[in-house]
Design a binder for this molecule. Structure first.
Ligand SMILES: [Zn+2]
Length: 210
């Protein structure tokens, strides 16, 4: 099933961003697609840790394409100094989505300075597909379907593992179980393995200096 989406790539070192849409048949947010700009794609692949992707909206291809166009016209991305988008899709926009190239825009830096909500934030809110019950239901069903915890076999395995570890319901941290506690020979405190390794044993500040 096709799960079209609008995304934003943010470059951590500069605060700059690139926005685009993915509307291809059978696409989804984890299909490995990077972005529609060759230049930006190259930058991301060369230095992935400097980039972060945010999924802005998920919806039908038609909805996403319309949203993308509207945002471009509203935000004028090609003229924003913070944007890597080179054009606003004006005239280059392909209604069939085969070209659907570069996209939209906003002014994230403004939110940091405590000024009023940027227009596009309100826009995204007003156009949030989750406000549409049908869409919300569909997304919810999709999430349920793809959630491994809704698979009987997975649940059984998890349950067996938990039993083996002695974890009771609502008790999720094995390091708190008595059998995983460690006692420091220097200060006699008892704790989980993490703090023990970091702060006690050979690192204990109470150990006798010989
Ligand atoms: Zn200690």
């Amino acid at each position: 099933m096709t799960q079209a989406f609008l995304y934003r790539w943010s470059q951590k070192s500069t605060g700059k961003w690139y926005e685009g849409s993915r509307t291809k048949k059978n696409c989804h947010i984890d299909d490995g697609y990077v972005c529609s700009s060759k230049t930006v794609r190259k930058m991301i692949l060369e230095n992935p840790s400097d980039w972060e992707r945010t999924i802005l909206v998920i919806g039908t291809p038609t909805y996403i394409r319309d949203l993308e166009s509207t945002r471009l016209q509203m935000l004028d991305a090609k003229n924003s100094s913070m944007s890597y988008n080179m054009h606003n899709n004006d005239g280059l926009y392909n209604r069939l989505g085969t070209i659907h190239s570069d996209v939209t825009k906003n002014k994230m830096s403004k939110t940091r300075t405590g000024r009023k909500r940027p227009d596009q934030s309100k826009f995204m809110f007003d156009n949030n597909p989750m406000k549409n019950k049908d869409v919300a239901n569909k997304i919810s069903i999709l999430k349920t379907k793809n959630n491994p915890m809704h698979n009987e076999e997975t649940r059984k395995k998890v349950s067996e593992t938990r039993k083996r570890m002695g974890l009771s319901a609502g008790y999720n941290n094995p390091s708190l179980l008595p059998q995983y506690q460690m006692t420091c020979s220097h200060c006699s405190k008892t704790m989980g393995k993490g703090p023990f390794v970091r702060w006690h044993g050979n690192n204990c500040k109470n150990q006798q200096k010989s």
